[in-house]
Design a protein around this ligand. Structure first.
Ligand code: ACO
Length: 325
């Protein structure tokens, strides 16, 4: 049956200029390159410059995606931006991006699902396209997590970085089979009783401050692998594919040990897993589009590849999306 699919037609990313290695961090934080690398796989991360905001990173990533798709900003009718580090409490960072791209029509809004933000944003964009509301959507993940670190908490401040990635999805008609290009299936979950495992200790309605990130790392770790693998399996089953059909897993880049255990649980070898955690650290909602863009740039991901993305973060919120490039 003819089906409308949300098909990727362009991808791009942007990383702030400043790279901070583990050794550089160890000059001001009681840590070491060896500890960070062994526990997380992270070797370096990028930090935004003073005065460089989430919207700035998002606009640059979006411009790179538009260039990659060879289309102009005015052809885009929707911006869905996943972030937990917006420029302002309101309006949305997405509307700043809309202005920054010079768009004079369409609509733009933010999505907040922390590290699972890009899976939620892709799912939302897919629904907008499949329903006929939108024709060309730019889906962005952009974060400046360096702004919500407690630099005295060595268990969290070594994990995160800043960056942005964007992909452009276009409505196209296909046969309605698992061979179609575009988004084939989405699977989202959250469980609010785990709020205390990963949160920011400030907010508009509570403290009227921004707050800093707090995490019970080992507890998050315990939930991560099982929930990610289950969501990945659900998405594959909904799409009518198996792990053998998957060309690439593009996981949320939080921790190499979580990535490896999740891939193993889903019976996907590490040669099929895109890894950028060593270079970017955990960039929350930006990590998946950043990894996608890097993998396309390197020639790893090519047209018709079947991709599984999965992510988990504060909420807890998690999810997976299966799509064909
Ligand atoms: N450098 C050196 N030593 C450290 C550091 C550091 N940066 N941080 C902690 N330690 C020490 C601790 O003090 C502790 O020392 P002690 O044994 O003398 O008390 C020891 O290392 C072990 O600490 P743990 O917290 O038990 O370390 P663990 O092995 O659990 O690793 C980590 C911590 C890396 C955070 C791990 O729990 C983890 O990866 N959890 C998952 C978190 C995650 O990936 N979150 C992201 C998903 S959600 C999202 O993306 C927002």
């Amino acid at each position: 049956m003819p089906t409308i699919r949300a098909v990727p037609i362009g991808v791009g990313h942007f990383l702030p200029e400043r790279i901070v290695t583990n050794n550089e961090l160890a000059k001001t934080v009681d840590t070491s390159d060896e500890w960070i690398k062994t526990r997380t796989g992270i070797e370096r991360r990028h930090f935004a410059a003073e005065g460089e905001f989430t919207s700035d990173l998002a606009i640059k990533a979006a411009k790179n995606a538009l260039k990659n798709a060879k289309i102009s900003a005015n052809e885009i009718d929707t911006i869905v931006l996943a972030t937990s580090t917006p420029d302002q409490t309101f309006p949305s960072t997405a509307t700043k991006v809309q202005a920054g791209l010079g768009m004079t029509s369409g609509f733009a809004f933010d999505i907040q699902a922390v590290c699972a933000g890009f899976a939620y944003a892709l799912t939302t964009a897919n629904s907008l396209i499949v329903s006929g509301q939108s024709k060309k959507v730019i889906v962005i993940g952009a974060e400046t997590f360096s702004r919500i670190m407690d630099w005295n908490d060595r268990t969290t401040c070594v994990l995160f970085g800043d960056g942005a990635g964007a992909i452009i999805l276009e409505a196209q008609k296909f046969e309605g089979t698992s061979k179609d290009r575009g988004i084939l299936a989405c699977d989202l979950s959250s469980d609010g009783k785990y709020n205390d495992l990963l949160y920011v200790d400030g907010g508009v309605s509570t403290t009227q401050t921004t707050g800093v990130l707090r995490m019970q790392g080992q507890e998050v770790f315990k939930h991560a692998v099982g929930k990610l693998a289950e969501s990945g399996e659900n998405a594959m089953s909904k799409a009518g594919v198996t792990s053998e059909d998957v060309d690439w897993i593009v996981p949320h880049q939080a921790n190499l040990r979580i990535i490896k255990s999740t891939a193993k649980k889903m019976s996907v070898p590490m040669e099929k897993v895109v890894l950028t955690v060593q270079d970017h650290g955990n960039t929350s909602a930006a990590s998946i589009p950043l990894a996608l863009s890097v993998a396309v740039e390197k020639g790893q991901i090519v047209k018709n590849n079947l991709i599984l993305t999965e992510a988990i973060g504060g909420g807890l919120a998690w999810g997976a999306v299966v799509f064909r490039w």
